[in-house]
Design a protein around this ligand. Structure first.
Ligand code: ZN
Ligand code: ZN
Ligand code: ZN
Length: 376
């Protein structure tokens, strides 16, 4: 059992940087630049505040990695000997010029997906695109980030279990629905995610009746009524890793049409989970779930991909979507969340997260998968 309160060791970061360098060599990247976003804490343990001041880890393929940060942020950095050198910049300095001096000009640079455009535009002045090829950092980092190690899997399990407990409260009728607004229920679920151990709530979609036909509906001031299907899709971040679960409840016995559709959804989700085995393609997960929904005649009402990767980010590689032929590898963590949406009437989705292992899919959620009837 991995103790989640134990900080990740310097050895782990050294290993990750070494693997990033190996990936740079394999993909022909000379310099990797990561700024705000998850790649930075993944590689260094340091999470930059999403501010306008430049924070950037400069990783040359050969040579020392340097974390360039504003002097005022330096006290927040936990140094990791051997992982990176620290380079502080003062308010009157040009931090982009510092980065350009440290690493340039490279033939190929990979920049973080969530780096501010202002820094990329600044870099282009130092390293024009006719001499330096710009790539996404995903080129280097995606393969690493996708394959979760034991500590990451333990963190995902803990977050998933916490989300399951909230789903259990929903099923047990401990979260009142009738007469409350979607927004009030969303706030209630959010508070429960925090109470169960999440550090941050990432989203708490609550969609009642016809609103559930919009997959990313924002919880509104609409009041929930008896007889409705209520879709709840929620998750947060706990010790740096995300949870994400969707459960629907029926307030009172559902009409036959809804119950029948849910039986299809249930089978589709289970098929998607079983298809997530090492060596299968990501698109096979989508196909397994979609085939069942298609065969039942609801194909046109399943309007999104079946799943997304999950880890430090709520949505990340790999995506379970037609056309993604990437083979599933041990440590890949992703959601399986088919849905059926009848515009203007009702919608339903069933979502678990899962980690592919050599021994088969390891579910991160085990809350009741049936359409639980509640009476409150
Ligand atoms: Zn979503
Ligand atoms: Zn979700
Ligand atoms: Zn999801």
């Amino acid at each position: 059992m991995v103790d989640m309160n134990e900080p990740i060791s310097t050895t782990t970061y050294l290993d990750r940087i070494a693997r990033a360098r190996a990936s740079m060599a394999a993909t022909g990247v000379d310099v990797l630049l990561v700024s705000v976003g998850s790649d930075l804490p993944y590689l260094t343990g340091y999470e930059a505040m999403p501010l306008e001041r430049l924070t950037m880890l400069v990783v040359p393929r050969d040579g020392e990695a340097t974390l360039v940060i504003p002097r005022l942020e330096a006290p927040r950095v936990v140094e990791q000997p051997g992982v990176f050198e620290l380079q502080l910049w003062d308010e009157t300095e040009d931090p982009v010029a510092i980065v350009a001096r440290l690493a340039g000009p490279p033939a190929t640079v990979a920049v973080g997906d969530t780096m501010w455009a202002r820094f990329v535009v600044g870099l282009l002045e130092h390293w024009p695109s006719n001499t330096t090829q710009y790539l996404r950092s995903a080129t280097v980092m995606s393969a690493l980030r996708m394959c979760k190690d034991a500590a990451e899997i333990a963190a995902l399990q803990a977050a998933g279990a916490a989300a399951d407990r909230v789903a259990g409260q929903l099923h047990a009728g401990e979260i009142p629905l009738v007469g409350r607004t979607e927004a009030a229920v969303s706030a209630d679920i959010s508070a429960r995610l925090l109470a169960e151990g999440h550090d941050v709530v990432n989203f708490a979609i609550v969609a009642a009746g016809e609103n559930a036909a919009s997959p990313h509906h924002h919880a509104s001031e609409r009041v929930i009524r008896h007889g409705e299907l209520v879709l709840c899709d929620f998750g947060g971040t706990m010790n740096g890793y995300c949870s994400d679960i969707t459960r629907c409840v029926s307030i009172g016995e559902p009409p036959a049409e809804v119950a029948d559709a849910y039986a299809v959804l249930f089978d589709a989700q289970a098929a998607g989970m079983s298809a997530g085995v090492v060596g299968a393609a990501c698109e096979d997960v989508d196909r397994a779930a979609r085939r069942i929904i298609d065969d039942a005649g609801y194909g046109e009402h399943f309007i999104h991909r079946t799943g997304h990767g999950i880890g430090m980010e709520a949505h990340e590689d790999p995506y379970m979507v037609e056309g993604n032929t990437l083979p599933i590898a041990p440590g890949h963590a992703f959601s399986v969340e088919p849905g059926i949406y009848l515009s203007g009437r009702w919608g339903m989705r069933l979502e678990d997260c899962v980690v592919a292992t050599a021994d088969g899919p390891l579910a991160l959620n085990d809350a009741d998968h049936s359409l639980v009837v509640v009476e409150c």
